[in-house]
Design a protein around this ligand. Structure first.
Ligand SMILES: [Fe+2]
Length: 241
């Protein structure tokens, strides 16, 4: 007699993120936690093939030609340290995610966003808006020309500072697959104090939010170079932030 029949039930879902890589909320000293984080547990709903695969070719709906944030036009160069930012979007097995829509937004060199909500007393740069959107190529690669952002204080009662960082949103392979995350710069002492980065419990997961600086000789005259790969899920997943 086959004692393994009926077979044990299979798990009803794939766990895309191992424990310890999602931010632990609420984040102490960050009242905006609840405007940036769901207050209730996520409701899981079955994802059919239609939802997992479509709509395809997102770039046809979202213009993906904004890769140069640093040079608006002749003579209009953003203030700050010019920076080339590149990397790959990968799945849980290290395969490239082709045609993903990668959006980047960031503060200017003085740590101020070009956005009506940011009314801090720091200069705006008329030659820097700080938003870009590209799509990944056949190898899952993305790239932006931008500037290294400045740090900025969080406007709360006991002020703390956000270290220089870049925000990313990745849409792909379908419009229901979206990761919103942040990238930090290697060697910045403020990384140790950032409440958002340190809300991620697993130290290895925190390190996956820190870019790698490339040697200036590899980048080209006048540009700092950083590379940052983003893994959408699995053991090496890039945390949300
Ligand atoms: Fe920010």
């Amino acid at each position: 007699m086959d004692t393994n029949f009926p077979p044990p039930p299979l798990p009803d879902r794939f766990e895309p993120f191992p424990p310890g890589i999602e931010p632990a909320v609420p984040i102490e000293g960050y009242p905006n936690t609840w405007t940036h984080t769901p207050a209730q547990p996520l409701i899981r709903r079955p994802v059919t093939r239609t939802e997992a695969t479509g709509p395809l070719e997102l770039w046809r709906k979202l213009p993906c030609d904004e890769s140069n944030l640093a040079v608006l036009g002749p003579g209009r160069i953003a203030q700050g340290q010019l920076m080339h930012m590149s990397g790959r979007i990968l799945d849980e097995d290290g395969r490239p995610v082709r045609g993903a829509v990668v959006e980047l937004w960031q503060a200017n060199a003085a740590g101020r966003y070009y956005h009506p909500i940011d009314q801090r007393d720091a200069p705006l740069d008329p030659d820097f808006v700080g938003n870009g959107r590209v799509r990944t190529d056949e190898e899952g690669r993305y790239a932006f020309f931008t500037i290294k952002p400045g740090a900025y204080p969080v406007p709360v009662k006991d002020t703390w500072w956000r270290p220089p960082h870049v925000h990313f949103s990745i849409l792909g392979p379908s419009s229901l697959s979206r990761l919103v995350t942040q990238m930090y710069f290697p060697g910045d002492p403020m990384n140790e104090w950032d409440r958002i980065l340190n809300s991620i419990p697993d130290p290895a997961a925190r390190r996956r939010l820190i870019a790698r600086q490339t040697h200036p000789a590899e980048v080209g005259d006048g540009w700092l170079g950083f590379t940052h790969d983003i893994v959408l899920r699995g053991r090496r997943a890039t945390p949300e932030a």
